[in-house]
Design a binder for this molecule. Structure first.
Ligand code: SF4
Ligand code: FES
Length: 375
């Protein structure tokens, strides 16, 4: 199979801008909103160093610009230094997405000296007791703050990533203050998206409509107030929206995810779609997968769309929303995302959210292989 695009539709497809390398599913934290699949991949199945290095070389040649080193917890990989050095050599802008709790200052310095460009540290709350409860990890919050300060001391750009939900959203003002105090360049306030572990914990995480509206207003004011100090990105929860998010910027349009064992996915939850089979970077070239593989073609562009998307003015804006959300709620990945007001299921979707948010929160199912066995 040739790597070069040939058909008109393939010719219109550009190389992915971003590659998310899920180096491992191992993680010391057990956040109940994790988007990793319930069936976590074992350490023994992880790609060896030479395969990752080859994939990154291919990514550089293909024209990928940004590499997100993620997991699980990417710092659990002993070969992270080799991976960062190669990524820098082939011209990838490298972002380490980390929980931070395992990093030492020495290792961070080493990674910076090898060409690491950016660090993203996740926090679970501004309050240490609450944050450690959500992550199910003692003293994790304090360690994260320390790592965030080291990032600043090394003059690396810092993003604080704060997933928000019904159990921490009322602390948003303190989360913003914390990001400013840490010298972050960017704060990503991301309402939890319900895939993987988050879907299993949806009732315990779903905010009320009031909480969502209040958070949106608060962030608008903070953005204005902090112009030039802190860039604030906001990922909205589309359970209460009228239009869906353009998930992944459109299927197979801008990014590619590689799982720890090497499966190439158009999004992190794509494996939940039973009709799709995914090529593996152990046996297929990245360019072949991106331009030619059936999984990347299946929902690319607009030709696959049913009504009402097919004739909708927004079809090339939101690309029909999220395929995995359509599957999770409607039972079919190829229908209109129920987050869209034009979907016949939209009202039921909204009501499900309001009902769950109105009930007392259930206990978290923490992300670990033991819990997975009982789901
Ligand atoms: Fe987007 Fe489809 Fe809804 Fe139109 S009908 S807004 S394309 S999800
Ligand atoms: Fe799969 Fe949105 S998470 S398309």
């Amino acid at each position: 199979m040739s790597a070069a695009p040939t058909t008109p539709e393939q010719l219109a497809v550009r190389a992915p801008i971003g590659l998310l390398a899920e180096l491992t599913h191992r993680c010391p934290l057990q956040c109940p909103y994790c988007s990793n699949p319930l069936a976590l991949e074992r350490a023994g199945a992880e790609l060896p160093t030479d395969v990752w290095l080859d994939v990154l070389e291919q990514a550089g040649r293909l024209g990928v610009l940004q590499l997100h080193l993620s997991g699980g917890e990417p710092t659990l990989r002993r070969d992270l230094e080799e991976i960062v050095a190669l990524a820098a050599k082939v011209g990838l802008y490298t972002n380490l997405v980390t929980a931070g709790v395992l990093l030492t200052r020495e290792r961070l310095e080493r990674l910076a000296s090898l060409g690491l460009d950016h660090v993203q540290v996740s926090i679970q709350d501004a309050d240490a007791t609450s944050a450690d409860r959500i992550a199910h990890y003692a003293n994790g919050h304090a360690r994260k703050l320390q790592v965030a300060r080291w990032v600043g001391a090394l003059k690396l750009p810092l993003t604080i990533n704060a997933p928000v939900h019904r159990q921490n959203i009322d602390n948003l003002p303190a989360i913003i203050d914390l990001a400013v105090g840490l010298g972050a360049h960017r704060l990503e306030v991301a309402h939890v998206q319900y895939y993987g572990w988050a879907l299993a914990n949806r009732q315990a995480l779903m905010p009320t409509r009031r909480q969502v509206l209040d958070s949106a207003e608060l962030l608008d004011r903070a953005r204005e107030r902090l112009k030039g100090v802190l860039l604030i990105d906001f990922v909205v929860p589309d359970y209460y929206a009228r239009r869906p998010k353009p998930c992944m910027g459109g299927w197979g349009r801008g990014s590619i995810n590689i799982t720890p064992s090497g499966k190439a996915l158009p999004c992190h939850a794509a494996e939940t779609i039973p009709e799709l089979a995914f090529d593996n970077v152990r046996s297929s070239r990245l360019a072949d997968i991106w331009f030619h593989s059936p999984a990347f073609q299946r929902f690319r562009g607009t030709a696959w769309m049913p009504e009402p998307c097919r004739s909708c003015e927004f079809r090339a804006v939101d690309w029909g929303g999220c395929r995995c959300q359509a599957l999770a709620f409607a039972g079919e990945a190829g229908v209109t995302d129920p987050a869209c007001a034009k979907s016949a299921l939209h009202e039921a979707f909204r009501q499900a959210a309001e009902h769950e948010a109105g009930e007392p929160a259930r206990q978290f199912v923490f992300r670990n292989p033991r819990s997975a066995a009982h789901l």
